[in-house]
Design a protein around this ligand. Structure first.
Ligand SMILES: C=C1C[C@]23C[C@@]1(O)CC[C@H]2[C@@]12CCC[C@@](C)(C(=O)O1)[C@H]2[C@@H]3C(=O)O
Ligand SMILES: O=C(O)CCC(=O)C(=O)O
Ligand SMILES: [Fe+2]
Length: 358
């Protein structure tokens, strides 16, 4: 049984055309292969409801005495929220943004030296979900899990140690924050450490693991017809996203359609992932989100994808299941779930759902 994320796709190759990325900046028209319509994605033009004006995911001050309830409410209604006063130093956010910008500015041949392999987890390439769509996405990405030393040495023969240091510090801060957010939201449901022993704060976070996904959305000649990152849910417990000062992230609500998440300097966006939806027996929504692009400003984002150790079985917390009903989902490890998702994409959750008798 693998215990690290790097092993997840070993024996489960995903062939993706990393080497066929265009030089985005040289294109003055959108090639057909990048032109999206609602045939390529049924939600492409989900009309915003009139109610959407003024509706936005909540911005929650973590120092507020009622923060736990506000977070709980946001997880139930939106599956996403922004946070201020999160305690992550501004210089570290600036550092990770600088690293991300420097990485994607490298010549494409250099980036390809660290390309993600078909069975690999880390490295440069197109989004993993690309194989589920007919059209290409206007973006490039870099996934990090474990030490980025080997990849970074290929990218920056001189400066790799400085950049490794930034990643290490960033991940350390994010891990602490993610655990705090998970417990604040669970506490709001009356769930305590007694109810989920594997996730005890006192167990020094050895029960968790993570990946960092760096994303770059270059400026685009026809943004209305292009897609930066297609609609998806994350398979995590929680994802913490840093976005630079360029809008592009949108979250989907059945009653509102697509809602743009405006960048708020210094704040972070938090998404509920599929595993948290399972753990909460469906009470917290794993939010469908996507990234759009624009004509004038490149966009960068850094997603901290956070989940349990690969061998931990995640199942609905018994306290959240009514005594006369079976849990909404059967138990699953993160490894099993990532593999299900890699094969079945947005049907993955329904594949592990327990079907209740009518
Ligand atoms: C741990 C992971 C979650 C992720 C797949 C991955 O193995 C590493 C990258 C993650 C990411 C980021 C972009 C969107 C997404 C759906 C994808 O294709 O790669 C997520 C994956 C996920 O949450 O399922
Ligand atoms: O770039 C964004 O805003 C979204 C990124 C994202 O959803 C991801 O990396 O999983
Ligand atoms: Fe995502």
């Amino acid at each position: 049984m693998p215990t690290v994320l790097t092993d997840v796709f070993r024996g489960h190759p995903i062939h993706l055309p990393h080497t066929h990325q265009p030089d985005f900046t040289s294109l003055s028209e959108l090639p057909d292969s990048y032109t999206w319509t609602s045939k390529d994605d049924p939600l492409f033009i989900a009309p915003p409801s009139p109610a959407v004006a003024g509706e936005n995911i909540p911005l929650i001050d973590l120092n507020h005495p009622d923060a736990a309830n506000q977070i709980g409410r946001a997880c139930r209604t939106w599956g996403a929220f922004q946070i201020a006063n999160h305690g992550v130093p501004l210089e570290l956010l600036q550092g990770i943004e600088f690293l991300t910008g420097s990485l994607f500015q490298l010549p494409v041949q250099r980036k390809l030296k660290a390309a993600r392999s078909d069975t690999g987890f880390s490295g440069y390439g197109v989004a993993r979900i690309s194989s589920f769509f007919n059209k290409k996405m206007w973006s490039e990405g870099f996934t990090i899990t474990g030490s980025p030393l080997n990849d970074f040495r290929k990218l920056w023969p001189q400066l790799h140690l400085n950049y490794c240091d930034i990643v290490e510090q960033y991940e350390e801060q994010m891990q602490k924050l993610a655990s705090k957010l998970m417990w604040l939201s669970l506490n709001s449901l009356g769930v305590s450490e007694e109810d989920i022993k594997w996730a005890r704060v006192s167990s020094d976070l050895n029960w968790a693991q993570s990946a960092l996904q760096l994303n770059h959305y270059p400026v685009c000649p026809e943004p209305d017809r292009a897609m930066g990152l297609a609609p998806h849910t994350d398979s995590t417990l929680l994802t913490i996203l840093y976005q630079n000062n360029t809008a592009g992230l949108q979250v989907f609500r059945d009653d509102l359609g697509w809602v743009t998440v405006p960048p708020v300097p210094g704040s972070l966006v938090v998404n509920v992932g599929d595993l948290f939806h399972i753990l909460s027996n469906g009470l917290f929504k794993s939010v469908i989100h996507r990234a759009r692009v624009n004509q004038t400003r490149p966009r960068l984002s850094v997603a901290f994808l956070w989940g349990p150790r690969s061998d931990t079985k995640i199942s609905p917390v018994p306290k959240l299941v009514s005594p006369d009903e079976s849990p909404l989902y059967r138990s699953v490890t993160w490894t099993e779930y990532l593999r299900t998702k890699a094969t079945h994409f947005n049907k993955a959750l329904s594949m592990i759902r327990n079907h209740r008798e009518k």
